[in-house]
Design a protein. Structure first.
Length: 264
């Protein structure tokens, strides 16, 4: 029979995940290590304020802070609204603005599990030849990029991309404690083992994504944007990836393609 975890057990798990001793956490949070010991062993139930204070110092994601609060007998502190919720209207428009403003270059907004929320038309170049099964909702960008049924076969430097993305996904799974991310990592890791370290080439300024498309090799580097100091779970978990041309050929191709679409 499943037993709900106590707040002490959950807190201890997060402390160990962050590789901190009780003394380390006590020093960071400016509390006594004895108090942390009492909380973890169940001898003391922390106040709501203290629990949020410790969660902040442990960098616990907002959805997991709610779980800590419920385990201690308190109401959740953070809401999780749909992105289309009127209260998120300004944030939704901001995301749309970033995606539109980045055209004719690709940009996509994903949730904490790399499922696509929004994208701009330029992202279509990554979908050429992708198995329709991978395009059923929710569309997962990590799976699109590394699954042999996705655009992985068109990546000229697939080994480099895998060597960068898989450790990143593993770190994210460890940081958040999300079992679905761990399962995704194991799935994607099974698709190949010959990964080349993401070392720089003579003209690279960042690790490129080299994609064969329409008889041309397109080269990109990317940036990730997140919301700062979010109080809503949905917003905290959104990341916007913007891809920039890494060479003049890619810039010219994307601008030409966008102009052709506009003139149709």
């Amino acid at each position: 029979m499943h037993r709900d975890r106590t707040v002490g057990e959950l807190l201890r798990e997060w402390r160990r995940r962050r590789r901190l001793s009780q003394l380390d956490l006590a020093i960071q949070a400016d509390v006594s290590s004895r108090h942390i010991s009492f909380v973890e062993t169940g001898r003391t139930i922390p106040s709501r304020r203290m629990l949020l204070h410790l969660a902040q110092h442990l960098d616990v994601p907002l959805r997991e802070r709610n779980r800590l609060l419920v385990a201690a007998g308190y109401a959740p502190a953070y809401e999780r609204r749909p992105l289309e919720d009127p209260q998120l209207a300004q944030a939704y428009e901001a995301i749309q603005g970033v995606l539109r403003g980045h055209e004719p270059f690709p940009a996509v907004a994903v949730d904490h599990r790399w499922n696509v929320l929004l994208s701009n038309p330029a992202m279509e170049i990554f979908l050429d030849g992708v198995d329709p099964e991978l395009l059923k909702s929710p569309v997962n960008m990590m799976r699109l990029g590394l699954d042999p049924r996705g655009f992985a076969p068109r990546l000229h430097n697939l080994g480099q991309v895998r060597a960068y993305l898989l450790p990143r996904l593993a770190r994210q799974a460890a940081r958040t404690g999300d079992p679905e991310l761990s399962a995704l990592h194991e799935e994607l890791r099974s698709y190949g083992t010959e990964d080349a370290p993401p070392t720089a080439g003579p003209t690279d300024i960042a690790m490129p994504i080299r994609l064969r498309h329409d008889g041309v090799e397109l080269s990109f580097f990317s940036t990730i944007t997140t919301f700062g100091a979010a109080f809503d779970i949905t917003l905290e978990e959104i990341a916007i990836e913007t891809l920039f041309p890494a060479d003049a050929t890619t810039t010219a191709y994307l601008r030409r393609s966008a102009a052709q679409l506009t003139n149709r």
